[in-house]
Design a protein around this ligand. Structure first.
Ligand SMILES: Nc1nc2c(ncn2[C@@H]2O[C@H](COP(=O)(O)OP(=O)(O)OP(=O)(O)O)[C@@H](O)[C@H]2O)c(=O)[nH]1
Ligand SMILES: [Mg+2]
Length: 572
């Protein structure tokens, strides 16, 4: 028997029968979910049956699940219903059986579930109602007082994650920010399968701008005199609606986000691709903002709901669950506080939580743990103009950045070919120079479009500004350690085989990092210093020097800093 085609035929028939109640999840192995309809009892949320065909289906039963976020059933009912459906499936082996299984689920619920079934473990209608508006996730920037940083100072290897649907332009943005083409891009969805990592640069005001010194920043300055600081950029596979249920690359994709400190949601603001990244016209990209927020919310919310029974027995476990998202204790504490939950009383209060408490907690957690920039890409296309306005109006508190990744790539490419003068991130380019090669008429047209639709309107392609904005959402702090406060010569780089330079180093630190912490970072993480802490001095903008205490927090008035260590073990 050709199992594959038999399975496809049944799936197509089911799609036609159940229409919007059918959700396609994955193709290999074929998996989908059907909402159980015509229930005579009023439940606190819908019940779904998830089916995954096994290789020899229908000559063997499919895998059946009732996703646990359908926590509208008690654990006992859940187990009984599942057992019942598995029996039906075994009895039906040999013929297409999914319709029978879904009908059996409906009949079983109608006969066995009463709406008022007492259930102490049930989190009171917690399960299905997702909050209708996720714009809370996008308030920005995150107040440094409530970020994870206060108690966890130290070096910060900052990671920016690029998220968005297929074909939104994530890899193009990645390439543009990398200033060299590394990631594969294409107009068809899911070009990127495994995440790409690369080093990009954001910029910070350089202290040398206000001092009488020409600095030798390790990675140079941009055209505004700001110094460039490396940041890790992660380009992940496209995300599609339904990912939290396993659609597209599903949870694997979501897990790829865990390394990121902040996210840039790359949005096709031209409305020329639908939510699956397929070409279309007139698509409203505000929908992408909404569904992507819902997916991230559901990813975390569902993971918690799947463990709800044991969380109710041991409420403090909920705190541990959040650490799985690479969040520090203080991030988690901040999320609880922002959601109005007193963690000291969690054991008493959690079992009686209202249905809106957990969704609110997850929203606050995401806001603090994964702040997000909306990168309104493809702004070179005329259709983008209205959409950009639409998104900015719909999400007035969001950090938005109209931009064009492709324009940045194009300008860099033409610069390399000596067809124009341009530098990454600049507001303009130059073509009327006798040393440049002549431009073709197509290139002139392309450049006109970039000039009129992007540079003139938004000041630059904004790829670089999107990185800056993303970093700013987590408010890192910076230190410029030196060995001499007069010459501003940096620490000794001999161990690394490099020469020191004036104000060469800029160390990215978590806000709240103290001078003592910085000493530890320089000795242990960066090996730029040896010995135990003795004292430290900072140089202020006006040139004055002052002693700084070991417990002083690093900030703009003390970040050009010299730390003296015990002569015994410092390098000679
Ligand atoms: N007009 C225009 N097209 C763009 C822009 N950025 C990206 N594109 C095009 O959009 C298409 C998809 O770009 P990719 O960078 O491959 O998209 P992706 O988000 O990485 O897609 P997946 O890897 O499939 O998730 C390509 O044809 C790009 O040239 C832009 O700023 N303007
Ligand atoms: Mg890609």
């Amino acid at each position: 028997m050709d199992y594959k085609s038999e399975q496809n035929d049944e799936k197509e028939a089911l799609q036609a029968i159940f229409e919007e109640d059918f959700t396609d999840l994955a193709t290999t192995p074929c998996s989908f979910m059907i909402k159980v309809k015509d229930l005579e009892v009023q439940l606190s949320g819908p019940v779904y049956v998830k089916i995954t065909y096994r290789e020899r289906y229908p000559d063997e039963a499919p895998a059946i699940e009732i996703p646990l976020r359908s926590h509208v059933l008690t654990p006992q009912q859940h187990a009984d219903l599942l057992g019942h459906l598995k029996t039906i499936a075994e009895e039906s082996v040999g013929m297409a059986m999914v319709f029978t299984i879904v009908e059996a689920a409906r009949d079983w619920i109608n006969h066995n579930v009463t709406p008022d079934t007492p259930d102490e473990e049930k989190p009171q209608d917690q399960a299905e109602e997702e909050p209708s508006d996720f714009s809370d996730l996008l308030s920005s920037p995150v107040d440094p007082e409530v970020t994870d940083s206060r108690n966890t100072g130290g070096r910060w290897n900052f990671v920016i994650g690029l998220v968005g649907k297929p074909s939104a332009g994530k890899s193009t943005f990645f390439n543009a920010a990398m200033a060299q083409n590394q990631a594969r891009t294409a107009a068809h969805p899911f070009t990127t399968i495994e995440p790409n990592f690369g080093i990009a640069y954001f910029s910070v005001p350089c202290p040398c701008a206000k001092m009488d010194h020409r600095c030798e920043a390790a990675y140079g300055h941009n055209y505004k005199g700001e110094r460039l600081v490396p940041v890790l950029l992660k380009d992940v596979a496209g995300l599609v609606p339904g990912a939290a249920d396993g659609k597209g690359r599903g949870n694997r994709f979501l897990n790829d986000l865990l390394d990121a400190d902040v996210l840039i949601h790359i949005i096709d603001a031209s409305g020329q691709t639908d939510e699956n990244g397929e070409e279309t016209t007139g698509y409203d990209p505000t929908k992408d903002v909404r569904w992507l927020n819902i997916e991230i919310h559901r990813w975390i919310y569902d993971n918690i709901m799947n463990k709800w029974e044991s969380i109710v027995k041991r409420p403090l476990k909920l705190l541990d669950m959040f650490t799985g998202y690479h969040a520090s204790r203080s991030t988690i504490q901040s999320a609880f506080t922002a959601a109005g939950i007193d963690t000291r009383r969690l054991v008493e209060t959690l079992p009686g939580w209202d249905s809106n408490v957990l969704p609110k907690l997850v929203t606050e957690f995401i806001r603090i743990r994964f702040p997000m920039v909306l990168g309104l890409n493809k702004s070179d296309r005329p259709e983008a103009e209205n959409n950009i306005q639409r998104i900015q109006e719909a999400y007035p508190n969001a950090a938005t950045m109209p931009m064009s990744a492709l324009s940045e790539c194009k300008l860099q490419e033409l610069q390399k070919e000596n067809l124009l003068h341009y530098r990454y991130g600049e507001p303009s380019f130059l073509t009327d120079d006798e040393y440049l090669r002549p431009l073709s008429s197509t290139t002139v047209e392309q450049l006109d479009r970039i000039q009129n639709n992007v540079l003139a309107k938004f000041g630059s392609t904004n790829v670089h500004n999107a990185l800056n904005l993303a970093v700013s959402l987590k408010s890192p702090t910076f230190a410029f350690p030196v060995q001499d406060l007069d010459t501003l010569m940096s620490l000794d780089h001999r161990q690394k085989g490099e020469v020191p330079g004036v104000l060469k180093d800029c160390i990215v630190l978590r806000p709240g990092t103290t001078v003592g912490h910085l000493h530890t970072v320089l000795v242990h993480a960066l090996e730029l210093l040896k010995g135990t802490f003795v004292r430290a001095e900072a140089r202020e903008i006006n040139g004055d020097k002052r002693v700084v205490r070991k417990d002083e927090v690093i900030g703009p008035s003390n970040n050009v800093i010299k730390i003296m260590t015990s002569p015994k073990s410092s390098h000679s």
